[in-house]
Design a protein around this ligand. Sequence first.
Ligand code: NAP
Length: 465
Amino acid sequence: MAIATINPATGEIIKTFAPLTDPQIDEKIGKAEETFRSYRWSSFADRGKWMLQAARILEEEQDRFGRMMTLEMGKPIKAAKAEALKCAWACRYYVENGERFLADIEIKTDATRSDVHFQPLGPILAVMPWNFPFWQVFRFAVPALMAGNVALLKHASNVPQCALAIEEIFTRAGFPAEVFQTLLIGSEEVEHVIDDPRVRAATLTGSIGAGKAIGGEAGRRIKKTVLELGGSDPFIIMPSADLNVAVKTAVQARTINNGQSCIAAKRFIVAESVAEPFERQFVEAMKNLKIGDPMDEKTDIGPLATADQVKILDEQVRRSVSGGARLLTGGKPVDRPGFYYPPTVLTDIPKETPAYREEMFGPVASLFRVANIDEAIDLANNTIFGLGSSVWTNDREERARFIEEMEAGMVFVNAMVASDPRLPFGGVKQSGYGRELSDFGIREFVNIKTVCIKEGGEGNRSETE
Ligand code: NAP
């Protein structure tokens, strides 16, 4: 894919960028390694000072960054500004907690003293998607940099200005110049970067296909990876749920970011006894969303990010309908310039159709009816994905079963799934592995070094490994 800013609201090519040449990539990796040698010894106090400055820049210039995100990938402007602020929150969170998360841990053993130390690994490659073009990058970079690593970003090809702006934020904040570098490269260059011995680990947020490629390439070189991949999160509504709140949240959970979120609720699994009112109110609310220019503060649904996303989604909906699913609203691209697809609801969905099996990356909801909690859990878990899940019930026993039995990295009860710097974020099954955010996130890209000291005596002997 060409590296370019294309306005999804109009289809207009705004700016194209030349990809880096191999010598330029080599030079940037070299600078990353060289910078790491000194940066790793910087104090938490210095890193914290720079990170706080990054937070201030994000807060003060939220309008500029918000407009940049909306221009490149079409998210509603209000959400784009909020995204800049969320990045600032992550910066502040790790300034306050990073040092504590990485403090030495003493463990009592037979030795005079045994400890665990956390040390940075070196240059880490981050391959990131366009859907939250700032947040995805910051939630990796903030803990990675606070831990003393340096970062190389390969961002999605349709958000190059965001990628360059993020590099600029860290540099202006005071971090040494090559602590965070953007590599303007296509996906075909990623293997070359992973292959470089100076690059110590990699993280990807993206599709399962990219996860297989990057996980495989890093695996062959015995390099650590964290993979945050796709999802088809269930949103389960049981009879005891507060239906009005559930409907309102369901609409938001499906259409947030124009429906292009890995943790968007995608499959709505409703108990038979409340299915009819839920369906009626949900479809009505989806129809009432305001489609329009994403730069307009009043817009609920802007365009999808690229022409390709519209093509893929349209094809998935068509195949689902020709396979027997029934359309309740929406169902074909909006007839206007730009990459618009309307809020769409499908029901009576056969097992073999895309609406049942695949991730739908746009504002398309799949509705299912179930007789009881057993059926709800079976259906929710009958997927290759295992990212988030949202369950709506006021019954304590049902709640306990959902928490225990959902095959997902996250279970939210009577709330939509959302990321939060204080909570670990990640999935199971083909939604990936590893965790971002919280203390778990900052410990992904460190050497967890065991230190064992014996004073005096004759050392130790062990019969096993
Ligand atoms: P994508 O095609 O996988 O792209 C993501 C990134 O990977 C881009 O930088 C892309 O570069 C690169 N890439 C793609 N194929 C690659 C390959 N074979 N080798 C190396 N790099 C490769 O994903 P997308 O369609 O843009 O994003 C949507 C997907 O991301 C959805 O499945 C969504 O659920 C998932 N996602 C997951 C999370 C999470 O936290 N679990 C969060 C957000 C999104 P180019 O742009 O140059 O192709």
